[in-house]
Design a protein around this ligand. Structure first.
Ligand code: SF4
Length: 203
């Protein structure tokens, strides 16, 4: 590719470029909506994102090193975020008995309340998706999963817990049929997961 997706003469003739430009617009919408929600609670967008992640993920993922990978940030930046959330009484640190440098991050009741409220910031993005037909939703989901998988394989984004990268995932030669060895069941498109609690990275 030697033409920019943002070169309008090129973009207007290329569906691929229009899709890239559309994704960029949607990412702007996420930023704007997250920013609005953050301001309401006097938090930064990353502080809100961390709170929402903590609300929905298990102990072993609620650690500084895991969060740093999850959000593609340094441990120092995440540690600063955690320090601020601690000062605002939104989290507590539960230190390991065998290693006092390592801790699990727990939300306080106030932290859970704010995480629950702010996690609804995607409402306006969700509305047009709700209106799509079943086939359109499934095609959109598969296409987005493919893009995420490519970005992960090319080390643009780090952690992802989708079926496609899971050790329990089996796919037919045609790539059409999916099976989970852990759940011992076929996975239809609606069953494929983008963030699975049982995900085990393929080696
Ligand atoms: S364990 Fe979860 S991520 Fe892995 S294949 Fe099964 S459903 Fe998908």
């Amino acid at each position: 590719m030697n033409k920019s997706d943002f070169d309008l003469d090129y973009q207007n003739q290329s569906n691929e470029s229009k899709i890239v430009a559309s994704l960029e617009r949607i990412s702007q919408a996420f930023r704007v909506l997250l920013w609005q929600e953050s301001k309401e609670f006097s938090l930064s967008p990353i502080q809100v994102q961390v709170l929402i992640f903590l609300l929905h993920h298990s102990d072993e993922k609620r650690k500084v090193s895991y969060l740093a990978e999850e959000f593609n940030m340094t441990k120092a930046t995440i540690s600063d975020t955690i320090k601020t959330l601690d000062q605002k009484n939104l989290i507590t640190k539960e230190y390991e008995a065998h290693d006092t440098r390592s801790y699990t991050i727990n939300l306080t009741e106030k932290g859970k309340d704010i995480a629950g409220k702010t996690s609804l910031f995607t409402e306006q993005i969700r509305k047009p998706i709700d209106k799509l037909g079943t086939d359109d939703k499934e095609n959109l989901l598969l296409s987005l999963m493919n893009i995420i998988r490519h970005l992960n394989q090319n080390e643009v984004i780090t952690i992802q817990r989708m079926c496609h990268s899971c050790a329990y995932h089996e796919v037919s030669a045609s790539g059409q049929k999916h099976f989970c060895k852990l759940l011992n069941q076929n996975l239809h498109v609606r069953d494929l997961r983008i963030d699975c609690p049982e995900h085990k990275m393929k080696v």
